[in-house]
Design a protein around this ligand. Structure first.
Ligand SMILES: [Zn+2]
Ligand SMILES: [Zn+2]
Length: 195
């Protein structure tokens, strides 16, 4: 298990992801239009999105993540009222993670906020799924199978979240207070699509 330093692009918001190993989460690349809209809204599409519009995400439990510097810069937006909480460092608009509400022990860490080690596959595991490939901005290279949101990932996520819940890894979380209130009021941002 490895500790990974976390930092926004300007360095004012920093943290640490503790005890990370391929067993501590699942690595995916998500091409969905909402993840793209999040990066674009932040003006960070160049540094966050891959050449096909994908966001590299490590889905793990909130208790692995601590923000140690710049907590006051943490911001949150939602693209739809019921959509995920999308957290970012407001100092320089670096995305941090996507989460559900406080009761869901889940955080999709956006790896742009992580100092990815050279031996990343050993520490984070290989990318397990390339999701929502139909929204990719251009045809995906061979080997990146176009999937929507496959059952195999749903099963793995369901299982991980169950284990994290049983182990109490939903807390502590840098995103919610003890009573489940978001640490900052989420801003509802008009998404790409209506309705
Ligand atoms: Zn997405
Ligand atoms: Zn920053």
């Amino acid at each position: 298990m490895t500790d990974i330093s976390l930092s926004c692009e300007c360095g004012k918001t920093q943290g640490i992801a503790r005890g990370i190993s391929p067993d501590s989460g699942t690595r995916v690349v998500c091409y969905c239009d909402d993840c793209q809209a999040f990066a674009r809204h932040l003006g960070r599409e160049d540094s966050v999105l891959d050449p096909w519009g994908g966001t590299d995400i490590f889905q793990t439990a909130p208790a692995h993540i601590a923000i140690t510097e710049g907590r006051e810069y943490i911001r949150c937006l939602k693209l739809t009222p019921k959509g995920p909480y999308r957290w970012y460092a407001g100092c320089c608009n670096t995305p941090i993670a996507n989460t559900g509400s406080a009761s869901l022990p889940f955080a999709g860490m956006i790896t742009a906020f992580m100092e990815i080690p050279a031996d990343e596959e050993r520490i984070l595991g290989p990318v397990g799924w390339y999701l929502q490939g139909k929204y990719a901005t251009k045809p995906l290279p061979p080997g990146r199978k176009i999937v929507g949101f496959p059952l195999s990932l749903l099963v793995q996520l369901f299982w991980n979240i169950l284990v994290w819940k049983l182990k109490g890894l939903g807390k502590p979380t840098p995103f919610f207070d003890e009573d489940g209130t978001p640490v900052t009021e989420p801003e509802l941002v008009q998404g790409r699509k209506e309705g």
